[in-house]
Design a protein around this ligand. Sequence first.
Ligand SMILES: [Zn+2]
Length: 120
Amino acid sequence: MKNSLSAGGLVYSTDTGRMCPGCRQPVVACTCKQAQAVPSPGGPVRVSRESKGRGGKTVTVIKGLPLDVVALAQLGKQVKAACGSGGTVKDGVIEVQGDHCELVLQMLNKLGHAAKRAGG
Ligand SMILES: [Zn+2]
């Protein structure tokens, strides 16, 4: 986002110098760029429905989440609770029993993950 300095968001402080209108931090400590740089190093999050090799059972699979093991486990719990289903979290992949692709996509996007539907 490019904000023109004439747009009315210009803030000066005699103590800290120029302030960023975006995050209200001194420009030297601006966190806006950092926040934008965070999104998934591994590309977009993929949500797919799979039933292969599972005895015909359908599962919703979430891959590519840029989270550590702990955060992934927490998100897995949230997703399972929201879907009202059981599931597993392992090897960076969340699996939820049943087809909950739409619900999961909505949930992930609300949480700030750019999730996309993949496959069938
Ligand atoms: Zn900023």
